[in-house]
Design a protein around this ligand. Structure first.
Ligand code: SAM
Length: 459
């Protein structure tokens, strides 16, 4: 009997990818023109900011992953391995950051010759050209006329002092540490100590990164600039602290007829505390950090009315010291934003236990930190407890970025980025009375909010 079914030839992977790219790019292009935004370009002067979420969203992620997969599929394995393991990428970026080449080259259509850059940097014309022409293959700088260098939007971004500092930290502190990672693992197998790290080995010292940087004013200043780059990233914005947790639901007063007391543990110079106190009149916030960090912070806080009203206060307090000061005892919330991922498990357990003397039943430890995806799977918008946390696929380019951060944490602190399961195990190890409650990853936030209740009677 003749069949009238048409034999379907399965679509090959490269055709599938080409279709994803074509359909998604059409949507991006349409969204850009609907919003009156400029077409995407590498040019200096082209918008270097983040694309609005209506444009970027999942469609942009689909294009980034599909183009990368197509690109990788078309390379022979040897070239694929070379493309991902090129240490020379870092050498070029190191030269640009160390000699401030991005701020030397004039903006716009103006140009500077390799000869002049070679002279100003001491690299000489030939080496300047070799380093920068390699950087140009990564879209950092361009050579519109032979021998002359002009900016792209990426090289232009590197011209700011913050970005130069950030790149110097990356290429002069993190990269040398990464090259020592295996040596450190062999020298100190299983160490959880912050002074037995790849970073310590790269510095030829037995100090932690905090000690090394703290004792070197130039490095301290550079780190402060570099941290400012993170602070400007929308995915690290304090707005996610405000939207990521129901602070208003804590009520207007605690059981002592006082405003709800929040201790911002490791709260630096109070930028998050001020945002919280400003937005929520039911809160007062005590910022705790190292002596040298909180010194002068109250006077320097832009929101002076909050300082005058006593709603943002500062206190020198060591993260690992028992939390017994009168101002922190009995507080309603102990907030750890972006703190614990810097520490190996045993130190996280120590700092969590150090809070116990100050905790009343029902007090909360609120941890806002990186939650590492399981391979290919991210968490989002969870409700009560781990079991109902929802998951969705994570784009590969984002997962790669997080896995790279995880290795950085290992190299410089002997710490790691933790999955939700690992976070839960950590809280239980600190004390079974720490019970993980709501888990929320605000849309657009790099950090997840984990609410941990202190429930001593539940055990
Ligand atoms: C990555 S920063 C996070 C700062 C802030 N919570 C935020 O979200 O922007 C880590 C903070 O931990 C503080 N810190 C490190 N070691 C500390 C210690 N032993 N005692 C108190 N604070 C410490 C640092 O000074 C720094 O402000």
């Amino acid at each position: 009997m003749a069949s009238n079914s048409v034999c379907q030839i399965p679509e090959s992977r490269i055709i599938q990818l080409a279709r994803i790219i074509s359909e998604s790019v059409a949507k991006i292009d349409e969204a850009l023109s609907e919003q009156g935004l400029e077409p995407l370009s590498f040019d200096d002067g082209a918008p270097a900011g983040y694309l609005p979420s209506e444009v970027s969203g999942g469609v942009r992620d689909a294009v980034i992953d599909a183009t990368a997969e197509l690109h990788d599929l078309l390379l022979e394995p040897l070239h694929l391995i070379k493309a991902y393991s090129g240490s020379n990428n870092s050498v070029c970026m190191q030269a640009i950051a160390r000699y401030g080449i991005a701020s030397m080259v004039p903006p716009g259509d103006q140009m500077m010759s390799f000869a002049d850059i070679g002279k100003r940097t001491g690299l000489g014309e030939q080496m300047a050209a070799r380093l920068l022409r390699h950087a140009m293959t990564m879209r950092v700088f361009r050579e519109p006329e032979p021998g002359l260098v002009a900016h792209t939007k990426a090289s232009r971004l590197l011209a700011s002092p913050e970005m130069t500092a950030w790149m110097r930290i990356g290429t002069e502190e993190m990269w040398p540490a990464a090259t020592k990672m295996l040596d450190a693992l062999e020298k100190w197998p299983g160490s959880q100590e912050p002074n037995e790290t790849a970073y310590s080995l790269s510095q030829n010292s037995m100090q932690s990164i905090y000690e090394t940087i703290g004792s070197n004013p130039e490095k301290s200043a550079r780190f402060a600039w570099a941290m400012a780059v993170w602070a400007t990233r929308p995915d690290y914005s304090p707005s996610h602290v405000i939207n990521g947790y129901d602070w208003a639901a804590l009520g207007n007063q605690n059981s002592h007829n006082h405003l709800i007391k929040v201790v911002d543990v490791g709260g630096a110079r109070g930028h998050v505390a001020a945002a919280l106190a400003q937005r929520f009149p039911n809160l007062d916030v005590l910022v705790q950090d190292m002596e040298m960090v909180v010194a002068g912070a109250a006077a320097a806080l832009p929101e002076q009315h909050l300082v005058r009203a006593g709603r943002v206060r500062f206190e020198a307090h060591d993260l690992f010291a028992a939390q017994t000061t009168s101002s922190a005892v009995g507080a309603d919330v102990f907030f750890f934003r972006w703190i614990l991922h810097n520490w190996a498990d045993k130190h996280c357990v120590a700092t969590l236990r150090a809070q116990i003397p100050a905790l009343k039943p029902g007090a909360r430890i609120l941890v806002m930190d990186t939650c590492m995806p399981e391979p290919g799977v991210d968490y989002y918008l969870g409700e009560k407890g781990e079991d109902v946390v929802k998951t969705r696929a994570i784009p590969l380019w984002m997962e790669r970025d997080l896995r790279s951060e995880d290795l950085n944490m290992g190299a410089i602190f002997n710490s790691r980025e933790r999955t939700l399961r690992e976070w839960k195990a950590l809280f239980t190890e600190a004390d079974p009375a720490f019970v993980l409650g709501a888990v929320t990853k605000p849309e657009g936030s790099a950090l997840t909010v984990m609410e941990v209740m202190w429930l001593p009677s539940s055990n």
